[in-house]
Design a protein around this ligand. Structure first.
Ligand code: PEP
Length: 250
């Protein structure tokens, strides 16, 4: 039985003091939650404050990106060891906004994933097709390619990865994939995982849905057999809506 995981992707939102306040609010709301892993992913600048706010609670800390090199002349970048040292446990990799605006490719997703795993961070690897790709009948090919290339050559570490299926057309648009549409792709991802590993590993890997998930639709989405939680954008910026989604996963 896979434990559900609900993670908040705060994107470029919240100052450090706002982050501390939001985490305090989330902690109070989810204090009794044991059946769902709860993760917040604030901007890099808030991680230290956020780590202190999360300490001793059931709210875990994630980052929104990581560089693939261990150290060196990479101005503006952040290494996996730097994140780990702050108490970060998860890191989002290959979000569609990074693919769209910052030149992220399947190859860099794979390099970042390996760097994260090497220090013991759990990567949340994002995949998902654009509307144009779906309309052209290419959804399957795109998602399978992203899964195979992004998770290439991870060996036994593959079992530690979390995948987020985020159809790009559903992110920040208010347009959610129907539970049936999402389940179809999640099943495809699990089938692809079985191809590149084995049945047990494919069965153990958690696959989150992301794209306008909110309290009103979270339960039905997370009731699908292959949907193991959510990656939440807009609704993660308020304690009550984020907590309601977490509780929908119980
Ligand atoms: C996201 O960006 O990961 C996301 C799912 O955003 P939203 O929930 O706002 O669609």
């Amino acid at each position: 039985m896979r434990k559900k995981i609900v993670a908040g992707n705060w994107k470029m939102n919240k100052t450090a003091s706002e982050a501390a306040a939001l985490i305090d609010g989330i902690k109070k709301e989810v204090a009794d939650v044991t059946e769902v892993d709860v993760v917040v992913c604030p901007p890099f600048t808030n991680l230290q404050v956020a780590a202190a706010a999360c300490a001793g609670s059931n709210v875990k800390l994630g980052a929104q990106n990581v560089h693939w090199e261990a150290s060196g002349a990479y101005t503006g970048e952040i290494s996996a060891a730097m994140l780990k040292d702050l108490g970060v446990e998860y890191v989002i990799i290959g979000h569609s906004e990074r693919r769209q605006y910052f030149g992220e490719t399947d190859e860099t997703v794979n390099a970042r994933t390996k760097a994260a795993l090497a220090v013991g961070l759990i990567p949340i690897v994002c995949v998902g097709e654009t509307l144009a790709e779906r309309d052209a009948g290419n959804m399957e090919a795109v998602v399978v390619r992203q899964v195979k290339a992004g998770l290439n050559d991870l060996g036994d570490d593959l079992a530690k990865v979390v995948i987020a299926y985020e159809p790009v057309w559903a992110i920040g648009t208010g347009r959610t994939a129907t539970p049936a549409q999402a389940q179809e792709v999640h099943a495809l991802i699990r089938l692809t995982l079985a191809e590149i590993s084995d049945g047990d590993t494919a069965n153990a890997i958690r696959i989150q849905y992301g794209g306008s998930m909110k309290p009103e639709n979270a339960k039905e989405l997370m009731s699908q057999p292959d949907i193991d939680g959510g990656l939440i954008g807009g609704a993660a910026l308020k304690a009550d809506s984020f907590a309601a989604i977490v509780k929908a996963g119980e």
